[in-house]
Design a protein. Structure first.
Length: 97
């Protein structure tokens, strides 16, 4: 390698898109997610209401995290507890088939 060392860092040279002079990059607008339970004023999340719980359990049967589902911290804790209880009673599967 002719005495040169190569490092696998994240330099700017490896990026495919380069900005031209005078152009500024606009930040991507991302809509803030709103807690579904706060918006609908649902105080208690019942483990027997499978229709309410299923959108928060994808096909891999993992509980969706807050950053993806958009729920607030309080409702995420209640949601997780309800999903676990529904799984114990075999209302929701533990794993994908």
């Amino acid at each position: 390698m002719n005495g040169k060392r190569r490092f696998g860092g994240r330099g700017k040279a490896g990026q495919g898109q380069q900005q031209k002079e005078g152009q500024q990059r606009r930040p991507m607008f991302r809509r803030r997610k709103v807690c579904k339970f706060c918006a609908d004023k649902i105080d208690d999340i019942n483990y027997k209401d499978v229709k309410l719980l299923m959108p928060f359990v994808p096909e891999r049967a993992k509980v969706l995290p807050r950053r993806i589902s958009g729920t607030c911290a309080m409702h995420q804790r209640k949601l997780r507890t309800a999903i676990m209880r529904a799984r114990q009673l075999a209302l929701i599967p533990y794993t994908a088939e």
